[in-house]
Design a protein around this ligand. Structure first.
Ligand code: AMP
Ligand code: MG
Length: 491
């Protein structure tokens, strides 16, 4: 039986300037390490058929499914603030698009499928560790309810990749609602190709922002839509302690999904200056800088669209500034709404932002663990007996007491029953996140040939809001302060 992908490839049809036709380079020995069966079903693919040697050949790029039109997309980008006019898919090949069971269009891309016209000095390949890391973290994000690219499969290639040492090679099948980035617009704007910018904008409007098509100025409506989605996305990251780590403009999806799981990691102790990426020496992409950076990136997108916002340059700048000014509002509202729910409040009040800020300030000073603090707060909301658990999370327990008095006075103004409040809080404060030390442990075991820890962690992360006795270890505090934890770009 052959695997049927119901392809309908709109990006491939956009025109030659947008991509280069590129066939994946076959590998020695494709072996399926992990298949995401529920996602396969959602995409209208037969998981049973994918889960066999022919499926592994397709997912490794050795065999092209019928209807695939493999391409490497062109894009540019600001990397750590510096503009690079040509980046592009250097190791990722888009097989095509399918329309999923819910009618959503999804890209199917092989990451690590061999060199392309955009590989520069790279080998076009990926190592097993970063592939499994992206699998775990992107699927965890999806289970946490955060817009993200997905992982359909991981295969090993039977070939080494050479980094500092030889490592097992692998290919990740990434699924995204599209792979258009801010950097895609920059590629054409930097070349003065206005027609391509307009074509790309029209494609994105049709695909992601259909409501913008009917607006008086569709391109300003598009910019507004992207601002809103990215502002909301970054607010969600902040609410689960996620540090993306490499928010270059080529890593910011126009659709507003989290993309590019290279050096990302989660906070243990709450500290807004936290940086994990080994290459982020100035802390540009620190946890607390993420909203400002998203805004900076959106200014770069606005620059690309300027010519299309108004024929008069001054008016175009005004339009852009108006739209960009909306970012802060959307972000602040989403940020406060999310944290309000995390501390168990239902009805908005003008003092909420201050109450949230007070808690976070105390957590930062007292090195309270981000995830465990919020999860435990649900118990404290239900019963003051849990206050001892809360106090123990703060280096100086009285720092909690000072805030808790304020918080309880505020809770008393709300009608919700304590038990009901706890349930609502547990639904937004995860018990389990991909803790750095568990992720590292799972990857190390997988590299040594033991996939059991990866499978177990992946299973626990699929239900992050549930307290399950068999996964209690994942919900606990990290063993020792993980200060100095470093991540490396997923090359
Ligand atoms: P990233 O840091 O993963 O966002 O990648 C930045 C750029 O480097 C993109 O254009 C990637 O396609 C390219 N790149 C990263 N790793 C490799 C590799 N191993 N081979 C070729 N290109 C790569
Ligand atoms: Mg990237």
């Amino acid at each position: 039986m052959t695997v049927h992908f119901p392809f309908d490839n709109t990006y491939a049809r956009l025109g030659a300037v947008f991509h280069r036709r590129t066939v994946p380079t076959p590998v020695a020995a494709p072996h399926l390490v992990k298949l995401n069966r529920p996602l396969a079903e959602e995409l209208g693919l037969d998981a049973d058929v994918l889960d066999n040697p022919e499926g592994a050949e397709i997912l490794a790029g050795n065999r092209l499914p019928l209807g695939a039109e493999p391409i490497a997309a062109a894009y540019a980008g600001h990397q750590f603030g510096n503009f690079v006019p040509q980046l592009g898919d250097g190791r990722a090949i888009l097989l095509g698009e399918v329309v999923d069971r819910h009618g959503g269009r999804r890209d199917i891309q092989l990451k690590g499928a061999g060199p392309t016209a955009f590989s520069r000095s790279g080998d076009g390949r990926a190592a097993l560790g970063p592939v499994l890391r992206e699998y775990l973290v992107s699927e965890a994000m999806a289970a946490l309810g955060i817009p993200t690219t997905r992982a359909l499969a991981a295969v090993t290639t039977g070939e080494p990749v050479y980094r500092e040492t030889p490592l097992p090679g692998a290919v990740l099948t990434r699924v995204a609602s599209s792979h258009v980035r801010i950097g895609t617009f920059q590629f054409f704007a930097a070349r003065g190709d206005d027609a391509a910018v307009a074509r790309l904008a029209d494609h994105v409007i049709e695909r992601h922002y259909p409501e913008a098509a009917g607006a008086p100025n569709p391109y300003s409506a598009l910019l507004e839509g992207v601002c809103a989605r990215q502002a909301t996305l970054v607010a969600r990251w902040m609410q689960i302690g996620f540090v993306h780590g490499v928010m270059n403009t080529d890593n910011m999806s126009i659709a507003g999904e989290t993309i590019d799981y290279g050096p990302c990691a989660f906070l243990d102790a709450y500290d807004p200056t936290t940086v994990f990426s080994s290459i982020d020496r100035n802390g540009r992409y620190a946890y607390g800088n993420q909203p400002g950076i998203a805004n900076w990136n959106l200014v770069r997108l606005a620059e690309c669209l300027l010519l299309h916002l108004d024929p008069d340059e001054n008016k175009a700048i005004e339009v852009a500034q108006d739209v960009l000014a909306g970012f802060a509002n959307v972000f602040n509202t989403a940020y406060v709404d999310g944290f309000r729910a995390k501390i168990g409040l239902q009805t908005p009040h003008t003092d909420d932002a201050a109450l949230i800020g007070d808690l976070l300030g105390r957590m930062a000073e007292q090195k309270a663990d981000f995830t465990v603090t919020f999860r435990s707060l649900g118990k404290a909301a239900e019963s003051e007996q849990a206050d001892e658990t809360m106090r123990a999370l703060f280096a100086d327990p009285t720092a909690y007491d000072g805030w808790a008095a304020r918080w309880r006075a505020r809770l008393a103004t709300e009608p919700r029953e304590p038990g009901e409040r706890r349930v609502a809080m547990d639904a937004v404060n995860p018990a389990i996140i991909p803790r750095n030390h568990f992720v590292e442990e799972a990857l190390a075991a997988a590299m040594a040939g033991d996939l059991a820890p990866f499978e177990r962690l992946n299973e626990a992360l699929a239900s992050p809001f549930e307290d399950r006795a068999q996964f209690a270890d994942y919900a606990g505090l990290p063993p020792a302060p993980a200060a100095g934890y470093r991540t490396f770009c997923g090359t």
